[in-house]
Design a protein around this ligand. Structure first.
Ligand code: LLP
Length: 406
């Protein structure tokens, strides 16, 4: 029995032999199942599912989502360009982020962005000025900071008073009224996002209630707001977490909106892609250690930085000949003690075996780097009987593309 969703061992062995390791393997059937689950959950209500590109911006994944009718949530011009390249519609795209540059605002407006989610008073002024310059009106939502503790890792919590994100609720009312007077701004709603890998609905509900109370106050004072963006954040099961189902999450959001005539926007990232991807690595060697052995593999924090950055736990399994399990740390080859894929594991592995890192479709390849001058890994998409390279392995020459010497 496989302990986490992944393609059959034989398939992974064949792909690793053919394309080398480290290798990302994405499963289109899982992506399609997730899309269907999200669409079903919101079916019947006015809504738009805007996939958060930062979770995984691989063009083949974006293309699949665009073809299924999803919109997108982007946080840079680069992500917007990826969406357009993959056939996504800028008009179905929201642009989030605390520090959008003037040229990014210009590009988003020129592309016909669906919404600029504005996070501060100075940004509102900048959007108004740039829209004025371009003789356009910018579709804007104000992203509020509802002051709730999302109960997740502190690096991925975004909705509390001390976080850099959003406009504090007590400032948002006057800013919204001011926004409505600006010629370059068409304010269409509020947005909120309290964090990622959420496993409890209570903070989501608290954040929405506070945001909707502001919404009601604004509409009572005559503003016409047509949209509510509830952000992303729904968690997945990496180990023993019990995240709410998409259906329960959707039911909560719909309940909160109630009778209000509002289009609901959601921005899931992780929940759409995490389980669709694995990272396949090869064991280089097994090194004895004082406390436990080190299983050194050819993937590390340059591919998957989540364990190093957030102490994240990913399921790991070895494809190889069975043997007596020993206690070990599965580590990468990079020169950092934090370069760990799995701490305190009990497994059997020997040089040459394959290690499959599960639930790695989200925030894996999108956060990968060239650190230690390691070319980025290849990626394959499985689609029925088809296995297509959707990202070529980088070459050594790719490492210094754009650099010059005297
Ligand atoms: N919308 C906004 C405004 C966001 O900031 C994010 C994520 C999302 C949507 C998507 O959240 P999701 O549904 O994927 O939780 N690198 C971290 C996660 C950072 C999330 C940042 N913002 C990790 O690997 O856990």
């Amino acid at each position: 029995m496989q302990s986490f969703p992944r393609p059959p061992d034989k398939v992974l062995q064949r792909l690793a032999a053919r394309h080398g390791t480290p290798l990302w393997v994405y499963d289109a059937a899982v992506l399609d199942a997730r899309i269907a689950e999200w669409q079903r959950a919101f079916d019947g209500s006015d809504h738009r599912i805007c996939y958060a590109v930062k979770a995984n911006g691989t063009l083949a994944i974006l293309q699949r989502f665009a073809r299924a009718g999803l919109g997108f949530d982007v946080v840079s011009c680069g992500e917007l360009a990826r969406v357009e390249r993959a056939g996504g519609a800028p008009g179905d795209t929201v642009f989030s982020g605390v520090g959008k540059r003037a040229d990014e605002i210009d590009a988003a407006l020129a592309a016909g962005i669906g919404s600029l989610n504005c996070e501060s008073a100075p940004e509102l002024e900048l959007i108004n000025a740039r829209a004025g310059n371009a003789r356009l009106t910018a579709p804007v939502a104000l992203r509020v900071n509802p002051g709730v503790d999302a109960g997740t890792h502190r690096h991925i919590a975004t909705g509390d008073h001390d976080d850099k994100f959003g406009i504090p609720l007590d400032e948002a009312a006057s800013l919204a009224r001011y926004a409505a007077t600006l010629p370059g701004i068409a304010l269409h709603g509020l947005a909120v996002h309290i964090g990622s890998q959420l496993t409890d609905l209570a903070p989501v509900s608290a954040a929405l209630e506070r945001t909707l109370a502001l919404h009601d106050a604004l509409t009572a004072s005559g503003l016409r707001l047509t949209q509510l963006d509830a952000g992303g954040g729904l968690g997945v099961r990496y180990r023993d977490e019990t995240p709410p189902s998409v259906a329960d999450y959707a039911a909560l959001l719909r309940r909160c909106i109630g009778e209000r005539k509002l289009r609901l926007v959601v921005e899931p990232g992780r929940a759409l892609v995490a389980e669709a991807g694995v990272l396949v690595a090869r064991v280089e060697l097994v090194k004895p250690g004082a406390q436990h052995a080190f299983v050194v593999v050819d993937a590390g924090m340059s591919e998957l930085i989540r364990p190093a950055l957030y102490d994240a736990w990913h399921p790991l399994e070895v494809i190889g000949m069975p043997g007596e399990a020993f206690s070990c740390e599965v580590v990468g080859p990079l020169c950092e003690s934090g370069d760990v894929l799995g701490r305190a594991r009990t497994l059997y592995a020997e040089a040459g075996d394959l290690v499959v890192v599960g639930c790695a479709g989200a925030y894996g390849s999108s956060m990968s780097s060239h650190y230690n001058a390691r070319p980025r890994a290849a990626a394959v998409m499985l689609d029925g009987n088809d296995a297509r390279v959707v990202r070529k392995r980088e070459t050594i020459a790719d490492l210094w593309r754009g650099e010059t010497m005297s």
